[in-house]
Design a protein around this ligand. Structure first.
Ligand SMILES: C[S@@+](CC[C@H](N)C(=O)[O-])C[C@H]1O[C@@H](n2cnc3c(N)ncnc32)[C@H](O)[C@@H]1O
Length: 396
């Protein structure tokens, strides 16, 4: 059989660059091991589940190799779109996408996992596999050696009696886990925490977990939404609060929490402004599930809509009065800072002329000039050595 054309896979709509590929050595190791295990244990495609398949390499290569019916879960909206597009381009069909739930895992005998970065996310996944998959299920988890830690073995070991790290190959390593343990009565996630009257609910993969991120806290305070967000705050009266222009039709203000994580900004805003229509959106399914649960827990489900989307692509141009943004923070390559730039561009697109973007970022990042260029006049509302909060007014 000809080799699967991995090099034809694309990352789009995720950031693309010459040095970034849509597959890695771990994908190939997982695929090769899956083919061997499936033959050895007589496992068919419908008994295989794939979790964390970034751009579809694992699902598509296995489907192409004669395993129809594979179930796949991807956290990111961008990954889901890339998989769909790659499948169409390569003419591969016959797999089914799922959320991280019983539908993904019921009766699965082989679960392939690209290891997530966060241990909490791994813990939630390992528990779900042990809880929902077949009693003889094998979990094969893989990652780049430089990102792997012994703590990952320990976390997997809470859900599987046998955990066997394999020899590294091409700078990647697989961990094979078998003999699922009996799952505790309650899953370990989501978890809940209270912060001055605000309840935050978090799944394992959500940014900052059930904590209130320090940057988020600073933004809430500057907006007059800190502390008990339901009460009016002196800051809200002094001009820094995001009143925004009156909606064009004279109706209620539309506010967008862009990259909402667990939904702390959206929910705090909705609690303090009962007349506002709030949209909270994130590209991570774990964030979306967390934000929906946070919205419910704070009793604002009638005013906050939560969507799984990439850079608010489903929000109409010039339809929003206020954007609240704590962008992804990455040190390192220009490709990584591109993630924040995408959200600045999205803000410029969805804001009405005169609409306001409130952003918090690490003071070392100097985003102010970029915000000025992409969105409009940008003033600094607050600055500490660590964080800067700005307000940008969408230029007409
Ligand atoms: C620093 S966290 C902030 C989360 C939340 N707003 C808070 O303040 O706690 C950034 C969030 O942006 C999300 N994100 C990154 N790129 C995105 C994109 N292209 N579209 C939507 N969300 C994105 C991440 O998944 C993450 O939840």
């Amino acid at each position: 059989m000809p080799e699967f054309p991995y090099s034809r896979l694309r990352r789009w709509p995720d950031v693309e660059a010459e040095n970034l590929q849509a597959h890695d050595a771990t994908d190939r190791l997982l695929v090769d091991r899956a083919v061997a295990l499936a033959a050895e244990r007589k496992i068919d495609g419908a008994q295989i589940a794939v979790i964390g398949d970034e751009y579809g390499a694992i699902t598509l290569a296995l489907t192409d190799a004669g395993f129809p019916g594979i179930r796949v879960h991807q956290d990111l909206a961008t990954g889901r779109r890339a998989l769909a597009r790659n499948a169409e381009e390569l003419g591969v069909e016959g797999f089914v996408s799922h959320e991280l739930d019983g539908g993904l895992l019921a009766d699965a005998r082989l679960v392939l996992l690209q290891l997530p970065k966060a241990l909490a996310e791994l813990e939630e996944i390992a528990d779900a596999v042990a809880r929902c998959a077949a009693p003889d299920a094998v979990l094969v988890a893989g990652g780049r050696v430089k990102h792997m830690t012994l703590a990952q073995n320990e976390v997997i070991g809470r859900s599987f009696a046998v955990v066997q790290p394999q020899r590294a190959e091409r700078k990647s390593r697989l961990i094979v886990a078998s003999e699922p343990r009996e799952a505790p009565e309650r899953p370990p996630f989501p978890v809940t925490a209270m912060h001055d009257g605000l309840t935050i609910v978090a799944h394992g993969g959500a940014f900052a977990g059930p904590r209130l991120d320090i940057g988020t806290r600073v933004l809430l305070e500057v907006l007059g939404l800190g502390g008990d967000a339901g009460s009016s705050s002196p800051r809200a009266e002094n001009g820094t609060a995001p009143r925004g222009p009156v909606a064009a039709d004279g109706g209620s203000r539309t506010v967008l929490d862009l990259g909402c994580g667990t939904g702390a900004l959206a929910v705090s805003y909705a609690r303090a402004h009962s007349d506002a229509r709030v949209i909270a959106t994130d590209r991570s399914a774990a964030a979306v599930a967390s934000a929906r649960a946070t919205v419910e827990a704070n009793g604002v489900a009638d005013r906050v809509e939560v969507t799984h989307d990439d850079a608010a692509s489903e929000v109409a141009d010039a339809s929003v009065d206020v954007v609240l943004l704590n962008p992804p923070f990455h040190l390192g390559t220009s490709v990584h800072t591109g993630a924040a730039t995408r959200l600045f561009e999205a803000s410029a697109r969805v804001l009405r002329p005169g609409g306001e973007l409130f952003t918090v970022f690490n003071s070392s990042l100097g985003y102010r000039a970029e915000l000025g260029r992409l969105v409009g006049p940008t003033e600094q509302l607050h600055r500490t050595p660590k964080f800067t909060v700005t307000r940008s007014i969408r230029r007409p």
